[in-house]
Each structure stands twice: as structure tokens, then as C-alpha cells.
Design a protein around this ligand. Structure first.
Ligand SMILES: Cc1cc2nc3c(=O)[nH]c(=O)nc-3n(C[C@H](O)[C@H](O)[C@H](O)COP(=O)(O)O)c2cc1C
Length: 454
């Protein structure tokens, strides 16, 4: 039997996923806006044969607390600005050749025709390496930039997201693979039987189609998803090729992956067609002791009150600052932002008996994702354990700052994983689908003519 292999995303959340990472002596805070840094980081990830870069997004100035100068914490937070990621992956497509390029785009504050067109275009530009991370907008601040007083309700967001996906996927099938004849003799540019109108009419969208971009090199760009509350899981099981998640304990990882794979089967899909990548922040040293020092150096930079801003985001309408930071986490009102994440944090606090301050520091380190510090061997050990236990198909790699820790992973951990035979030494294919090992969905119209289920 062939050994399963890991898949990796490099989560380029510049200037770093650690709340104080940008202040580290080796950090380059300008990685948030400076294009040449993204080129270098994408090429480093490609040198390490990682499957894809993965770009988060929020359509609002980042951070939490008021922007009007009354929040004492806001001016110390990183990631206030970043390059718009769909435009960014288009540019990176031109300076890389093999690595996947996944960008987040929200279904809550976008129109499906525009997004279908942009991602299809980037799939063409990149020769089949584009991916769309479909989100429903975690951060409530986005609402005010799109004509709303309040964030759209969680259930409504998912209803819209589900229909949004159907429209986008439908538009991506507008043209069959061989629709364009370019026949100079007959004068036929395309075969009229291979062009299809979507004529979608639903609760949220009315879209005639067809898309004015031909079928893409991957058939469709890869679809990634990150919501993990019940409706989020259901949408992912039906539609996603890849799921970015946040379990920190191997048992929870296995339960989540098993649940998603069986939900996918209920939607008529093969379980291996959906890849589950929990987030993981590796802090790599030449020895375990060196990695421990690196970790402690980072933790010393955390300001407790500032770290509480990440927690404040998950506490909904409750003002967490009025509670004693050395006391337990009070019961939280339901969140309209990220229900699954809120549930994970409450469970962790209860299980480990953590104080508000301890939870805040934990979130400030990696936004609640698993942190592993150690030598290449120790990091490879835990990755191998999760892979073989069926708790992950790989990891979305978070870095405390850029670019050093990404280089460390590629230079130290990747060779160790390759030596163990659990990570590729060469890209398997040219497209992101080929490298991830997920199928090309057949064009629905061609498939129905041939009697294949799409
Ligand atoms: C690991 C992870 C990453 C996410 N990344 C983004 C993002 O980049 N932008 C965004 O607007 N929402 C992001 N989300 C939010 C989800 O799209 C969703 O709106 C939110 O998690 C609420 O759904 P849930 O309750 O199902 O988790 C992310 C969620 C998770 C769990």
C-alpha cells in the first residue's frame, strides 16, 4: 500500500499570525503591502513544493476596537491593511509556475458573476492553479462598507453562500471544453450546442449567464472553505475540494474529518475528494531547545490587554474587558460572526480551566490554531501522527511573522517529511487539482449528454 502524503497550504497572513509577531526583531512588517515580499514568499513555498499559498481576506481595515482613536489597542495591531488577495494571486500567477494560488472572497458582500469571472480568469492566467476560499465573512466591520448597519445574520449568510456557489459553479460550466472551434474555413468561432445559459432565478440572485470566460484549465478553480458550524460543514461537504479548519487535538481532528467525509459521501462524493487541512503554526528550531527559546521570545512580546482584542471578537455583544482577567471566561452570548470558533474556545477554556488572560494569550499566539514548537523531527512526528490517524490530509501552515519562519519550515521540516516518504519531492502535476489529488468536475451539460453524473 502506498503511504498517504501530506498536503500543505502556506497561509500568508502578513505581517504574521502571532498578535505581536510583527515586533519580532527578524520580522518584516512591510510584508503586508509590499508586492516583492509576496513574490519571494510564494517562491519560497514553491521551492518547498507546498501545494498552495492561501490568502485570507477581510473587506475592512483589520483588527478590533474602534477606529476613531478611542481604542487604546487598535494602533498596536498588525494587519490593518493588506493587498487585495484576488488581484494579488493574479499577479503571483505570472511569477510562479507550479504552486496553487488560493484567495479568499466573501459571498456575503460580492456578486457571483463578478467572482466567477475573476477566478476563471486567474485559472487561465495561471494554467490551472487558482482556488477560491469561499467564506461568509467573519468580521462584522465589513457590513459598514457595503451599505449595512449590521452584519448579515449567520443563517442568511449561509443561505446566500449556498446559492452563490450554485451560481458560480453553474457559470463555470457555461462553455464545454471543446466549445471553441476557431474554424477559419467555415467561419465558426464556437459550437452553438456547447454554449449554455444558466438562467438562474433564486431567493438571492437572478443570473442569466453565460460567463464570458471559457471553461478553465482545471474545469473549475479549486473551492476551499472554512466554516465549521453545522451549516458550514454541510455546504463544505457538498461543494468544497479543500477545508481549512481549526482543531487542535488529534481526536477532534479525526472526528471532524470523519464527519466531513461521511457528509460528502451523502452528497454522492468520494470521501477522498475532499481534503481537510487544520491550521498549524510551526515554530522550527535546529533543536527542540532552540525552538522553545524562539517560542518564548515571541510570547514575551505579547501585551495581555492587546491580546484580549482577539478574544473580544469572539465574545459577541459582551464587553469582556469588564471582567477580571485572572478569572474564568463567563458564558458567552451566541456569536453572529464565527459560531464554530467560539464553541472551540469555550470548550478549551472549560477543559483546561483557563483564565481570561490565558485564553487571550492563547488566541494572541495563533488565533486559536495549534502551535507546535520543536526540531524538524518533532514537527514531522506530530504531522505524521495526525496523517496516519486520519485526523488530517495535511495542514494550512500559519507563521508568527514573515519571512523567517516560512523559510525555516521549507529548509528544515520539508526535507525531513520527504525523507519519511510522507511528502512529495516533485509536484505530481501542473494544476492545483492534480497536486491535491482532487478530481476535475465534469461539465454538467457534457456529462448529462453522456449519461455521467456531474
Ligand atoms: C479557519 C477559518 C478561516 C476563516 N477565514 C476567513 C476569512 O479569511 N475571511 C472571512 O471573511 N471569514 C473567514 N472565516 C469565517 C467563515 O467563513 C465563517 O463566516 C465563520 O467561520 C462562521 O461560520 P461558522 O460558524 O460555520 O464557523 C474563517 C473561518 C475559519 C474557521
Amino acid at each position: 500500500m502506498t503511504r498517504p502524503k501530506l498536503h500543505f497550504g502556506a497561509f500568508l497572513y502578513t505581517p504574521g499570525n502571532h498578535s505581536a509577531g510583527w515586533r519580532h526583531p527578524d520580522a518584516v512588517p512591510q510584508t503586508d503591502m509590499h508586492f516583492p515580499w509576496y513574490v519571494e514568499m510564494a517562491r519560497t513555498a514553491e521551492r518547498g513544493k507546498l501545494d498552495t499559498i492561501f490568502l485570507q481576506d477581510t473587506a475592512a481595515v483589520g483588527g478590533s476596537g474602534a477606529l476613531d482613536g478611542t481604542s487604546p489597542y487598535r494602533p498596536s495591531q498588525g494587519r490593518q491593511v493588506h493587498l487585495e488577495p484576488v488581484s494579488l494571486i493574479a499577479a503571483l500567477a505570472a511569477v510562479t509556475t507550479r504552486i496553487g494560488l488560493i484567495s479568499t472572497a466573501t459571498t456575503t458582500y460580492n456578486e457571483p458573476y463578478n467572482l466567477a469571472r475573476r477566478f476563471a480568469t486567474i485559472d487561465h492566467i495561471s494554467g490551472g492553479r487558482a482556488g477560491w476560499n469561499l467564506v461568509t465573512s467573519q468580521v462584522e466591520d465589513e457590513a459598514g462598507n457595503f451599505g449595512f448597519d449590521r452584519h448579515v445574520d449567520h443563517a442568511n449568510r449561509y443561505e446566500r453562500a449556498s446559492e452563490f456557489y450554485d451560481v458560480v459553479a453553474g457559470l463555470w460550466d457555461s462553455w464545454e471544453d471543446d466549445a471553441f472551434l476557431h474554424d477559419k474555413q467555415s467561419g465558426l468561432y464556437y459550437d452553438v450546442d456547447k454554449l449554455h445559459f444558466l438562467r438562474h432565478r433564486g431567493a438571492h440572485f437572478s443570473v442569466r449567464g453565460p460567463l464570458n470566460v471559457s471553461r478553465t484549465p482545471q474545469g473549475r478553480p479549486v473551492v476551499a472553505q472554512a466554516g465549521s458550524f453545522d451549516v458550514g460543514r454541510e455546504l463544505a461537504a457538498r461543494t468544497a475540494d479543500l477545508v481549512f479548519t481549526a482543531q487542535t487535538v488529534i481526536g477532534d481532528g479525526r472526528a471532524f474529518r470523519t464527519d466531513l467525509r461521511s457528509r460528502a459521501e451523502r452528497h454522492g462524493r468520494a470521501p477522498e475528494d475532499i481534503k481537510i487541512l487544520p491550521g498549524l503554526m510551526p515554530i522550527t528550531g535546529r533543536t527542540d531547545a532552540e525552538a522553545q527559546d524562539k517560542f518564548e521570545q515571541l510570547q514575551e512580546l505579547i501585551d495581555d490587554r492587546l491580546a484580549m482584542t482577539s478574544l473580544a471578537r469572539l465574545t459577541g455583544d459582551l464587553d469582556i474587558y469588564q471582567y477580571d482577567p485572572n478569572g474564568p471566561l463567563p458564558p458567552l452570548p451566541p456569536s453572529n460572526a464565527a459560531k464554530a470558533r467560539q464553541a472551540l474556545i469555550m470548550e478549551l477554556a472549560r477543559e483546561k480551566n483557563l483564565t481570561i488572560r490565558q485564553i487571550a494569550r492563547y488566541l494572541g499566539t495563533s488565533q486559536g490554531h495549534r502551535v507546535v514548537h520543536g526540531s524538524a523531527r518533532s514537527i514531522a512526528d506530530t504531522m505524521e501522527e495526525w496523517l496516519l490517524a486520519g485526523a488530517a490530509d495535511g495542514f494550512n501552515l500559519l507563521f508568527p511573522f514573515f519571512p523567517g519562519p516560512l523559510n525555516d519550515f521549507v529548509d528544515l521540516v520539508v526535507p525531513e517529511l520527504q525523507r519519511r516518504g510522507i511528502f512529495r519531492t516533485e509536484y505530481e502535476g501542473r494544476t492545483l487539482r492534480e497536486n491535491l489529488g482532487v478530481p476535475v468536475p465534469p461539465n454538467r451539460y457534457a456529462a448529462s449528454r453522456q449519461g455521467i453524473r456531474s
